[in-house]
Write a protein that binds this ligand. Structure first.
Ligand code: ADP
Length: 207
C-alpha cells in the first residue's frame, strides 16, 4: 500500500561540539494509511522531535518528510482546550478557523462515540482530565484529517482512564478510516497499536 506519511534520511541535531545532541539521526519511516502506529522510546530518545517534524511544527536539518494529503490533526498531552469556550465550541473551533461549514451530524456522531453528548455546554474546567482529553480527541477528529499525530495523549491520566481513552481513540480512528501516529514511553499503551516503532538515540531500532 502507498505510504501516507514517510521520512527519508531525516536529521535533526541540537547544539555543537561537546554539546551536540543527535535528536534524530538519519531516520527512515513509512506509515501506511489506516494504520495505528505507536512510536516508543525512553525519555530523550527523540520521539517528540520526530513527531514535531512529522507534523511540520519543526524543520529538519536535512532529509525529507513526505505527507500524502495535507490535513493533520494534533492531540497533545496538555489538552489545549480554550477555557472560555464550551465543549461543543472547542470541538468545532478548528473547522470555523478553516472557514468550513460544520457537519453537525458527523460531529455529533463523534461526540456520542466519546460519550460527551450530555456535556456540550460544559466549560473545560468543570471536566475531569479524561473528559478533557476526550474533547481534544473529538476536536482532532472533527475536521476529518487524514493523519492524527498524538503526543503522549494520556500522559496526565491515571492508568484506568488512560486505557479507556486509548481504546476510544483507537475505535474512532478505525471507524473513520484515519491514520494515527502516537508517541508514548508506555509499553502497555504501545501494545494496543497495530504497529510499534522503537526509537533510541534518534535512530529507529525496531519498526
Ligand atoms: P523524547 O520526546 O523521546 O523525550 P526529545 O525529542 O524531546 O525526546 O529529545 C531528544 C533529544 O534532543 C534530547 O536529548 C533532548 O534533550 C534534545 N532536545 C530536544 N529539544 C531540544 C532543543 N530545543 N534544544 C536542545 N536540545 C533539545
Amino acid at each position: 500500500m502507498k505510504a501516507i506519511l514517510e521520512t527519508r534520511d531525516l536529521v535533526k541535531y541540537y547544539g555543537k561540539g561537546d554539546n551536540l545532541v543527535k535528536a534524530i539521526d538519519h531516520t527512515d519511516l513509512i506509515i501506511e494509511p489506516g494504520e495505528f502506529t505507536a512510536i516508543v522510546g525512553r525519555s530523550g530518545s527523540g520521539k517528540s522531535t520526530l513527531l514535531h517534524m512529522l507534523g511540520g511544527l519543526d524543520r529538519p536539518d536535512s532529509g525529507k518528510v513526505l505527507i500524502e494529503g495535507r490535513k493533520i490533526g494534533f492531540i497533545f498531552q496538555s489538552y489545549n482546550l480554550v477555557p472560555s469556550l464550551n465543549v461543543w465550541e472547542n470541538i468545532v473551533l478548528p473547522i470555523g478557523l478553516d472557514g468550513k461549514k460544520v457537519d453537525t451530524e458527523y460531529v455529533m456522531d463523534i461526540i456520542c462515540r466519546i460519550g460527551m453528548e450530555d456535556k456540550l455546554k460544559s466549560l473545560p474546567n468543570t471536566l475531569s482530565g479524561g473528559q478533557q482529553q476526550r474533547v481534544a480527541i473529538a476536536r482532532a477528529l472533527a475536521s476529518r484529517p487524514a493523519i492524527i499525530l498524538a503526543d503522549e495523549p494520556t500522559g496526565n491520566l491515571d492508568s484506568k482512564t488512560e486505557l479507556e481513552v486509548i481504546s476510544m481513540l483507537k475505535s474512532c480512528v478505525s471507524e473513520y478510516g484515519q491514520t494515527l501516529v502516537m508517541i508514548t514511553h508506555d509499553e502497555t499503551i504501545a501494545q494496543m497499536a497495530d504497529r510499534m516503532i522503537v526509537i533510541e538515540d534518534g535512530k529507529v531500532v525496531r519498526a
